[in-house]
Ligand binder design. Structure first.
Ligand code: HEC
Length: 240
């Protein structure tokens, strides 16, 4: 093996060796894209320099703040969503809709269902109320008398003394103006024809009229006395 052959072999096994680019070919190397390490390596060795220059630019992790347009877009969506919720009339039933469940369902209102949803907690399923707290509806002269009485109690609520079947109650009953005319008529007919009660039925139009009789914000009736005076006398059943 002479000297020339030896050199040739060395060249073949040099792991740092990178062949020259073919004439006319540009190097894929941009000095601006070099990291400091690249530059250091470039100074150190001639072979390394070309090897580095052929490598693709290694991406650096930079700290980029959230782009302004992205924040603006996100804010825009939030405002749009809020506005959509706020200005749309027909929101889903579980999202702040204050109509009763029945009003959102098709089909005629069912008095028993309206009663179960709005009255049963106080006046009880038996219609007997709770002694000392909630007066009975079964057999009550207020329920069985002029239909206007029950309608006005439901539309405006009642507080103060009221005598029902010989007992005096002094509580507060909320008004139910949020129920539709159909629901109110249905619950009225239910209450007046349940637990042995028997009285004439009313329809939606009756409730539409009853709503017109007094301003919606007139406040609750002040006990039985005001009802007697302004609306009607209760039927004298069991001492009313
Ligand atoms: C939060 C409890 C409560 C709810 C709910 C309630 N009431 Fe009453 N109700 C009362 C109280 C208390 C009185 C007596 C008020 C008073 O003392 O002035 C009363 C009085 C009445 C009266 C007149 C007295 C009588 O017993 O005849 C009627 C009629 C009546 N309620 C019907 C209803 C109907 C129908 C519903 C459902 C749509 C209903 N109430 C829902 C508590 C309630």
């Amino acid at each position: 093996m002479n000297k020339e052959q030896g050199e040739k072999e060395n060249e073949t096994f040099d792991p740092g060796h990178v062949p020259d680019l073919p004439p006319g070919k540009e190097e894929r190397f941009e000095p601006g894209a070099m990291t400091q390490g690249d530059q250091g390596a470039r100074k150190e060795g001639a072979g390394d320099e070309r090897a580095y220059s052929r490598e693709n630019f290694e991406p650096n992790e930079l700290s980029n703040p959230l782009p302004k347009w992205y924040s603006a877009m996100a804010l825009g969506f939030v405002i749009w969503g809020g506005g959509y919720f706020y200005f749309q009339g027909n929101v889903p039933a579980d999202a702040g809709d204050h109509r009763s469940v029945l009003a959102t369902m098709a089909g005629p209102a069912d008095g028993a269902t309206v009663y179960a949803g709005n009255c049963v907690a106080c006046h009880q399923a038996t219609g007997l109320g709770l002694a000392g707290a909630f007066p009975p509806l079964a057999g009550s002269g207020w329920v069985l008398g002029e239909p206007d009485l029950l309608a006005q109690i439901l539309l405006h609520g009642i507080q103060g003394e009221i005598e029902v079947m010989g007992n005096v109650y002094n509580g507060v009953m909320p008004a139910f103006p949020q129920l539709s005319d159909a629901e109110l008529a249905a619950v009225q007919n239910h209450v007046r024809n349940e637990w042995g009660n028997e009285a004439a039925e009313v329809d939606d139009a009756f409730y539409a009229e009853q709503r017109e009789r007094f301003p919606p914000d007139r406040g609750p009736w002040q006990g039985g006395a005001e009802l007697r005076e302004i609306v009607a006398e209760p039927l004298a059943v069991g001492g009313s």
